[in-house]
Design a protein around this ligand. Sequence first.
Ligand code: NAD
Length: 261
Amino acid sequence: MGLLSGKKALIVGVASKHSIAAGIAEAFHQQGAELAFTYQNEKLKSRVEGFAEGWGSSLTFPCDVGNDEEIENVFKALGEHWDKIDIIVHSVGFAPAHELDGNYVDVTTRDGFRIAHDISSYSFVALAKGARNMLSDNSSMLTLSYLGAERVLPNYNVMGLAKASLEANVRFMASSLGPDGVRVNGISAGPIKTLAASGIKSFRRMLAENAKRAPLQRNVTQEEVGNAAAFMCSDLASGITGEILHVDGGFNVTAMGTLED
Ligand code: NAD
């Protein structure tokens, strides 16, 4: 019996085999969950269908999280296969490229700010609204955040603000949905090389700094984030909600490097 045996999980955010959502899907599959997926656009359709098949799933639905109608359609379509959902993973983030390159005050625009917050934060509560009637009374929603929500990093810019909003969203959603038995949490992952990460100008430096300064002296893997996600969405975490769990080798607790620096 796996940690997630008998649970039905919708995973939003698989784009490549490097996606954090792919690490989460793999861990959920290993722990016995039944999976369904969304893909952002037609370009990603066949790729996500292929991944889903590998995890024993034929349930894939189009969903641009910036579009309420597409969100509504996901749950309509999923409702024809499942009578309830136990887990929703939101592993989605986006800001226009020019926002992530240069001095924060100089490069941040009203439009970039709006888009980053809409796609990276609002979409989490939009999924909760869409799924509300299908969420079981022992269910769990999980999102992915980053240290830029709490600290300043060069070039992370408006994504940091969007992640701060997302983390507040976790707390407000936890309070709103807790009475219905829905837990809402986030994982603040250390840097991992993915498609989204490659859009951040100083990403290689983030990887190097994290590996050098983190107490574990290395970067984390998508498998480690996947395993933490499996725990957070399992009944072992039944008392945890409104929480942001750092899975970053401990980097967030440090102020300077190690003794050897
Ligand atoms: P990724 O590029 O593999 O995943 C990002 C996903 O967002 C993709 O699947 C993409 O299709 C989806 N997406 C973007 N805009 C969308 C839209 N409008 N509608 C639907 N889907 C949309 O990269 P990733 O690193 O796995 O990112 C997943 C999450 O993890 C993001 O929230 C990211 O900020 C967060 N995160 C990443 C890192 C890292 O270093 N990679 C660290 C901490 C947190």
